[in-house]
Design a protein around this ligand. Structure first.
Ligand SMILES: Nc1ncnc2c1ncn2[C@@H]1O[C@H](COP(=O)(O)OP(=O)(O)OP(=O)(O)O)[C@@H](O)[C@H]1O
Length: 796
């Protein structure tokens, strides 16, 4: 070893050294040819400063590989079995600044600290567990023996997913939406009465999984959809937000996989995915994946579930796709993969279930072009090239389904004749928007399609259902709003929305509040504005890097958790958070801007009052928004055959339970005006910071442009020359003014705000009658107060 080498060695970090040791260890073993995906890829840590520029989050490297070129082919020679070292080094360390373990790792760590048992003992324990859980009946029938009274930690071990295919890729497994920790605590699942599930004919394994999740009975959409799907029908399912639609299709998909595994055995060589689920947003895709995983936690043999979304490593996702049984993807990334990989496309043509979640959004004309491409590609007969075999090896005889035990449709399956595919379409809304879209569209089979439902016609035109007429299931025909939702409308001046937002947040504190805006810029502005007012606000919009999006959700979810039991959190989001997100504990949704469509309102509001919990939705409405707001409310509340409902808190008490109505909120304006000064100050500070930030970016851009043109850049000169006059020049003048605030000038403003925030405000009214009305009477059986509480405000 020369001096240079010595020097390099001494400068290596422990991480580099261990990588080197692994490479040396690998070198000692004989090398063998491996496919590119079987190599021991390891994640490269991209520095935070790069803000995980799309695609680099998940960059991977591999060591100790010899590349041999033989004619036109390239061989990768490496020592050891596939991914030995990757499994060790590729740990997901959370998104926090201080590294935290993922849920799965946390569970493992907890176990490790509680019972430092040797690996062999742990393995024995887990095999014992598996034997027990193989026959769920026996566990029910027998009285709990001493052995069965496991410690919580042992139960948690049992809750780790059985993972024959090496399911976990720590980086892609964020567990962001997982409730695994809670579920692992499911101690009394044997005691839960599951009789209401019996009529659905689910497998004992599935029943014990549901018991573990403490779901004692199916929701309405589940009891109506599951039998239809399990009988092989195509289904269009409509049910209000938070009513369990994911498991309405999730349970039959997993059941189908389980029954085929039972018939074929897991060593089936001819592997094709069972289901493809399309989701409009990345977060929803990850959430559906986590939901499926929770469902499969208690199974002895579980399907491999993966999500394919933008913002994460495409290479890794491609590798996961090869072994996936259930794929959940966003159209953009999925199409990116399918349009470049014929083997994946070929494999996906064999799915048994195609699910379009949030179908009205995904199929909205022009919105998700890739979704349409994917649907077309799945339906198109394979070209000669595509027929060339899975993994590019040519269709071998092995790939022909040779199983004799299966019945019916299974018998005639060959690699070239894919199994019959069921199409499942779900959403909480299949109405106004969709119908409007139909204007001028070619109508398909006008006669007798689902009672002349335009929505159904639209779906039939868009999707290639296997059945002529799919089953249409509407679990909530009367109202599309969640049962436990209370809706309010707060009128305010156009320029006073920040003030009223702040007032509502203080007067109606919730553990988690979701504030929706119609623009990314508003999210960028409101987040620091509230933070300056000492409120824990986190942003979420589609222009954020994926890592930052996930970090925001993680922090939002932390509020009220075991690590921060008495904290609360506010998420400021665009409609990227409107669909499907299932974050427990969101007690309040605020529409800072009136949503653009009635459907958006339904979905935004549906982030609260989920799964039979209670929640509040408040819409801030400026004078200009009055007309669209009235239309919106008429649409939402008249769709169930009722007239438009806008009541007044002061004069109207909500009707019988289930009778929804949007109530105007009479807020104490005097109290609000006492908050005005602090909001104005916070706005000034926020505007100054944002203008500076924007200024830096613009400066950098202008300087680069000027450099390219070979001219000198002087911002003032440009402005004087009138280049910045015209539309938007007033705003820019204001921005310039804000930018002009120096750090030294900002400091006293911040100090003044701090002082203001420390001063209590006198409401001058009794707590109960803060808004001048009897809140209790208005609540009419709904728990929690509607702008009637002063908790958290520090008022006197
Ligand atoms: N049978 C059940 N019993 C109790 N809770 C359930 C049941 N099935 C699902 N849930 C829970 O209900 C919540 C909402 O479910 P899910 O996210 O599937 O709703 P959704 O109908 O898809 O809502 P959205 O329309 O907003 O997407 C989840 O937290 C889920 O765990």
């Amino acid at each position: 070893m020369g001096p240079d080498n010595k020097k390099r060695k001494s400068s290596k970090t422990p991480a580099r050294q261990s990588k080197r040791q692994k490479t040396q260890a690998a070198k000692a073993k004989p090398k063998q040819p491996l496919s590119v995906n079987a190599l021991a890829w390891a994640r490269v840590d991209v520095p935070e400063m790069f803000n995980d520029a799309e695609g680099f989050f998940g960059l991977e490297e591999v060591h100790g590989v010899e590349i041999i070129k033989e004619g036109d082919t390239v061989k990768f020679m490496a020592a050891g079995g596939p991914k030995e070292s990757a499994a060790e080094s590729d740990e997901f360390l959370g998104f926090d600044d201080s590294p935290v373990a993922s849920e799965g790792e946390k569970g493992a760590n907890r176990n490790a600290s509680a019972t430092p048992a040797p690996a062999s003992t742990a393995a024995k324990a887990s095999s014992k567990e598996q034997k027990k859980s193989k026959d769920p009946k026996s566990s029910k029938d027998k009285k709990p023996s001493k052995d069965q009274k496991q410690t919580k930690d042992q139960k948690k071990k049992k809750a780790q997913p059985a993972n024959a295919k090496g399911q976990d890729d720590p980086e892609l497994e964020t567990d962001l939406f997982s409730k695994a920790g809670d579920l692992a605590d499911a101690s009394d699942d044997e005691d839960i009465d599951m009789s209401e599930w019996v009529s659905l004919n689910l497998s004992p394994e599935m029943l014990s999984s549901l018991a573990r999740m403490k779901f004692s009975k199916p929701t309405a959409i589940q009891s109506s959809s599951i039998p239809e799907i399990m009988e092989g029908h195509d289904v269009v399912g409509k049910a209000s937000t938070g009513s369990g639609k994911t498991l309405a299709f999730g349970i039959p998909i997993v059941e189908s996989w389980l029954s085929r595994m039972a018939a074929k055995g897991p060593s089936d060589k001819n592997h094709h995915p069972t289901a493809l689920i399309l989701s409009p947003t990345r977060e929803l895709a990850h959430q559906i994946k986590d939901h499926f995983k929770q469902l499969c936690l208690g199974l002895t043999n579980s399907p491999y579930i993966c999500s394919v979304t933008g913002g994460l490593s495409m290479q890794k996702q491609e590798r996961q796709l090869e072994k996936a049984d259930v794929i959940i993807g966003t159209p953009g990334r999925l199409w990116e993969v399918l349009s470049t990989s014929t083997s994946t496309l070929k494999s996906l043509r064999n799915i048994r279930f195609l699910v379009i979640d949030e179908a009205d959004r995904l199929l909205k004309d022009g919105l998700f072009k890739e979704a349409e491409e994917i649907l077309k590609a799945l339906d198109r007969p394979p070209t000669t090239n595509e027929r060339g075999g899975y993994g590019g090896e040519g269709a071998s005889e092995e790939e022909v389904d040779d199983d004799d035990d299966e019945e019916g449709e299974e018998e005639e399956e060959t690699d070239d004749s894919p199994p019959r595919r069921q199409t499942l379409v779900f959403s909480a809304t299949f109405n106004k928007n969709l119908q409007q879209k139909l204007a001028g569209k070619a109508r398909v089979n006008k006669d007798n399609l689902m009672g002349d439902s335009d929505a159904m016609e639209y779906l039939l035109a868009k999707l290639n259902f296997g059945e002529e007429v799919p089953k249409f299931i509407d679990a909530n025909p009367v109202s599309q709003m969640a049962e436990g939702l209370k809706e309010g409308l707060l009128q305010c001046g156009e320029m006073e929305k920040d003030l009223y937002l702040y007032a509502v947040l203080l007067l109606q504190p919730a553990q988690r509040t979701l504030v929706f805006t119609n623009s990314i810029n508003s999210v960028r502005r409101l987040t620091p504005l509230l933070q300056n007012l000492n409120l824990p606000a986190f942003p979420l919009h589609s222009d954020m890097a994926q890592k930052a999006r996930m970090r925001s959700i993680e922090r939002f979810k932390e509020a009220g958790s075991a690590s921060a039991p008495s904290s609360s959190a506010i998420m400021i989001a665009t409609d990227v958070a409107a669909r499907g997100l299932d974050i427990p504990g969101i007690g309040l949704v605020i529409h800072y801007h009136v949503p653009r469509t009635a459907d958006d309102y339904v979905h935004r509001s549906g982030r609260t009052a989920r799964a039979s919990s209670l929640g509040i939705s408040v819409m801030l409405c400026g004078p200009k928004e009055a007309v669209p707001t009235q239309r919106l409310i008429a649409k939402v509340h008249a769709s169930a055959g009722r007239s438009s409902r806008i009541g007044r808190f002061a004069s109207k008490v909500a009707g019988e339970s289930g009778d929804h109505c949007v109530q105007t909120i009479d807020i104490d304006r005097k109290l609000v005006s006492r908050l005005r000064e602090r909001v104005a100050l916070s706005k000034k500070i926020t505007d100054a910071s944002l203008a500076k930030e924007k200024g830096h970016k613009e400066d950098a851009w202008m300087k680069a442009a000027a450099d390219e043109l070979g001219v000198e850049y002087d911002e003032d000169e440009l402005e004087d020359a009138g280049q910045w006059s015209g539309r938007g020049s007033g705003r820019r003048a204001k921005e310039k003014e804000s930018r002009a605030l120096t750090k030294a000038e900002l400091a006293p403003l911040r100090a003044a705000l701090r002082e203001m925030l420390a001063t209590r405000i006198n409401t001058g009214v009794s707590e109960k009658y803060l808004t001048g009305i009897n809140v209790e009477a208005l609540l009419h059986g709904v728990k929690g107060e509607f702008l009637g509480s002063v908790d958290g405000l520090g008022l006197e």
